[in-house]
Design a protein around this ligand. Structure first.
Ligand code: GAL
Length: 504
């Protein structure tokens, strides 16, 4: 029923790479030059816009225009690389490929969508405007493809079974912790705790019944708390328990089980020695639209809940926090009815926002922000706003975390188009940076929500790489890409390069 086609793939590349073909080396070299030029142009962006006269603008345009023509010609002469940039062909040769053999397997599946039939009455909170047959099928609890989207529990990833499958990620499969229970850490994030040299994964613990509080309300699970898992290798996770628990009796408490507690993220404050958790706090109707803060002395809790607020006086729903290299941390949240994002620095102790914030991606209706930084540039992956239903991811880039942010296109590569337009049936939650020996490689963390049974939502972890040209014209500048492409590569099965975590 699902004819499969396998392709070999070598991932990871740098603009100038050893071991590439002569022709390609020239191309990459030009790209590198272009990168520098772009950077220059970009640094001067403000003054160019505000102060330059039209002659100098014109001169810069001519110089950069000529450069672009060269690049385009070279790109045309190099069909393989062009194809790669567009994300269709997947044969990227690189200086990194020796390290990244384990990422080689990509599998495409040609899913045959069955003919339409009567759908269940219950619909998710916000449906995509034009639902694709795939998403329709995904949301149908009686779909013949159910097992494909949510492989049954016999195919779980079990860190206690050593063998050929050891260390392999299988996006969408049930993932067991070291005690043999499915990991409960949805909408989560991961930190590397330098003091214990351990990774901690925090997420929504949703191991309760799914129900609808109102006829039109989104599917929900009562708050149980925030689950925490620890790992040395990002694959085998030990359950550290619920590190922030629901309030059972006090109905006025933010964490009362009847409310909403989503998307917890933790960072460490080296000034105060505290682990600080930020999360989306809401009521059952999602009208409270606030952020909450909790604090702990240890990465594995317990966390002490402090308070919730509407940051900068605005509604705040999906959110994340990001700690920059210089220790400044930022809150990023969907606001104004999810029509835009706001970004602003936290106070030095990370327990509050400051009075500085910027509106970004205005009118773009994005949520589920996941931020990371690569070679001084900030990147963000977001989803559209369709509740638990999957939709198209977009990548955005910025020189300053405070913006302006530019949208650089859909980062998903591989599988078929329907899957790429639905973020492989998942929604972004976090991007994990790897040790500095893999500067271009990140793990994209996403949730494959199961609105019929939220506790059985799955994790989609995939390799994310930065490099190459973006494939979408930008909002402004000279109508050529200013940023590197962000690529999230579909893998049915993959693992990190062996020994990756011994090279810090
Ligand atoms: C999504 C959001 C999730 C959750 C869900 C509820 O848009 O990303 O975190 O809030 O809506 O329907």
């Amino acid at each position: 029923m699902f004819p499969r086609r396998c392709r070999n793939l070598v991932f990871g590349f740098e603009l100038i790479g050893a071991g590439v073909l002569h022709g390609k080396r020239i191309l990459w070299t030009f790209l590198e030059i272009k990168g520098e030029r772009m950077e220059m142009r970009n640094k001067f962006r403000k003054s160019t816009t505000l102060r330059c006269d039209s002659q100098s603008k014109c001169l810069i345009s001519v110089v950069i225009g000529s450069l672009m023509v060269c690049i385009l010609l070279l790109s045309l002469l190099s069909p393989t690389s062009r194809k790669n940039e567009m994300g269709q062909g997947i044969q990227i040769r690189t200086s990194h490929h020796l390290h990244l053999r384990e990422l080689q397997e990509v599998e495409e599946e040609n899913i045959q969508i069955p003919p339409p039939h009567k759908r269940p009455r219950r619909a998710p909170k916000r449906r995509p405007k034009r639902m694709t047959p795939l998403i329709d099928e995904f949301l149908d609890e009686d779909s013949q493809l159910r097992r494909k989207f949510f492989p049954d529990h016999k195919t779980f990833i079990d860190p206690m079974i050593t063998g050929n499958d050891s260390m392999f990620y299988y996006p969408g499969r049930v993932w067991l912790d070291t005690e043999g229970n499915p990991i409960q850490a949805h909408g989560g994030g991961v930190i590397f705790d330098e003091r214990s040299e351990t990774y901690y994964w925090y997420g929504e613990y949703k191991d309760g019944p799914t129900y609808h509080a109102h006829e039109k309300g989104a599917a929900r699970v009562d708050i149980i708390g925030i689950g925490c898992y620890s790992s040395k290798d990002l694959w085998s996770w030990k359950n550290e328990g619920i590190v922030l628990a629901a309030e059972e009796t006090d109905e006025t408490h933010d964490l009362h089980k009847s409310n909403v507690l989503e998307r917890p993220k933790v960072i460490y404050n080296s000034r105060t020695g505290k682990y600080v958790m930020w999360m989306h706090i809401d009521n059952v109707n999602y009208t409270k639209a606030s952020v909450g803060v909790a604090i702990s002395d240890y990465p594995n809790g317990p966390f002490h809940y402090l308070q919730s607020k509407r940051p900068h006086g605005f509604d705040s729903r999906d959110m994340t926090i990001f700690k920059d290299d210089n220790g400044t941390a930022y809150l990023i949240y969907s606001s104004q009815g999810n029509s835009e994002l706001h970004v602003g620095p936290l106070s030095e102790d990370y327990l509050d926002v400051t009075n500085v914030a910027r509106r970004v991606l205005i009118g773009q209706h994005r949520e589920a922000p996941a931020l990371f930084k690569h070679k001084g540039t900030y990147y963000m992956i977001t989803s559209g706003c369709t509740g638990w239903a999957p939709n198209e991811a977009l990548a955005h880039a910025a020189e300053s975390i405070m913006g302006p942010w530019e949208t650089i296109g859909n980062p998903c590569i591989g599988e078929n188009k329907m899957f790429r337009l639905a973020t492989f049936l998942s929604q972004s939650t976090f991007v994990i940076p790897l040790p500095s020996s893999y500067p271009n490689l990140f793990i994209f963390m996403a949730d494959r929500w199961n609105p019929a049974d939220l506790r059985d939502s799955r994790y989609v972890w995939l390799p994310l790489m930065v490099g190459g040209l973006v494939d979408q014209p930008l909002d402004y500048n000279f109508r050529f890409p200013l940023w590197s492409r962000v690529s999230i590569y579909w893998h049915r099965k993959w693992r990190l390069p062996q020994g990756w975590n011994s090279l810090k």
